[in-house]
Design a binder for this molecule. Structure first.
Ligand code: ADP
Ligand code: MG
Length: 293
């Protein structure tokens, strides 16, 4: 394309809420055949809410919310925000933890009122040596079968509760996925969340292929693997966790509503965070290059 065509293309893009970093990004839109979509915050709203609290016999519900809420308050993860907000709503101001560690893709660990508290995936709990009692395991299984996220809580080495958090698929996601398919791209849902939850979300959004339980540092390896299979990969993401994968992808599209790390790593920014605009961006770029397919 001529420099003039590129300027016109990027100018129109800006008006549509699409920021394109350079001519190479435009060029790549011609060849991408696969689009990998991060789940939380990209296909779903990322605005989760705390729906249910299931406490073990050994734990008082208010204590569960106070301790779990205090540790999660230190994290920016959408699940953590839901737990902290839901806890504060139910029990009032939360104490400040004496210690805090973020465990990316797993949960959080902290010390509150002298208790060593763990909040996160059941895997985190199991690795610490705690096991979920039967009634909590049932609550966890039921939540996940419904496509919800079960957050486990333990302190002082004992499992204390399962919190159920839910996120909604964005109303616009099914249309966005149809738009990407219409451009010849095969969608894949990529998430650190478990297979059951991922399948439920994918079905609702109209995605058949799911790659679940991927640790944040392994998302980039998934992109490399797809590329090694000869696929040309576009990736759409919003989180700090997605930055390396966005950079590795042939075409990285960052949600403008997401983190700065993701925006910096991407080739294209979807300013309003509307997934439908991902298809618009690819269509506009191809058109700018005069290569509509
Ligand atoms: P995603 O790929 O869905 O954006 P992450 O890779 O950040 O998610 O995390 C994977 C899973 O680990 C989440 O779906 C959630 O179940 C759990 N998790 C991560 N961080 C936290 C946290 N702070 N509190 C509770 N659960 C968490
Ligand atoms: Mg995300």
């Amino acid at each position: 394309a001529t420099p003039m065509a590129l300027m016109v293309g990027t100018g129109r893009g800006a008006r549509l809420g699409i920021l394109i970093k350079g001519p190479e990004a435009l060029e790549t839109t011609r060849t991408v055949d696969t689009v990998v979509l991060d789940k939380t915050g990209t296909v779903t709203t990322g605005k989760m809410t705390l729906l249910e609290v299931h406490s073990a016999a050994s734990a008082d519900e208010r204590e569960v919310l106070r301790l779990a809420g205090a540790v999660e308050h230190m994290s920016e993860h959408p699940v953590a925000r839901a737990v902290a907000a839901g806890a504060a709503e139910r029990v009032g101001p939360l104490p400040a933890p004496q210690e805090f560690t973020n465990l990316a893709g797993l949960g959080v660990r902290g010390v509150v009122d002298g208790h060593a508290v763990l909040v996160g995936r059941v895997r985190l709990l199991n690795e610490s040596g705690a096991a979920l009692p039967k009634e909590l395991e049932r609550a966890r299984a039921a939540a996940e079968a419904a496509g919800r996220t079960a957050v486990t809580v333990a302190w002082d080495g004992e499992a204390r509760a399962v919190l159920v958090v839910a996120d909604a698929v964005k109303e616009t996601s099914p249309e966005a996925i149809r738009g990407l398919r219409a451009l010849g791209l095969s969608p894949i849902l990529l998430t650190g969340d478990n297979e059951t939850v991922a399948r439920a979300v994918a079905a609702e959004a109209g995605i058949d292929e799911v790659i679940a339980e991927v640790m944040p540092e392994d998302k980039v390896a998934v992109i490399k693997r797809l590329q090694a299979q000869g696929r040309r990969v576009a990736m759409v993401g919003d989180g700090v966790n997605d930055a390396a994968a966005l950079a590795q992808a042939d075409l990285g599209l960052a949600m403008g509503t997401g983190t700065d790390a993701a925006i910096e790593a991407g080739d294209v920014t979807l300013v309003r965070g509307d997934l439908r605009v991902a298809a618009d961006a690819i269509r506009l770029s191809r058109r700018t290059l005069g290569t509509i397919r």
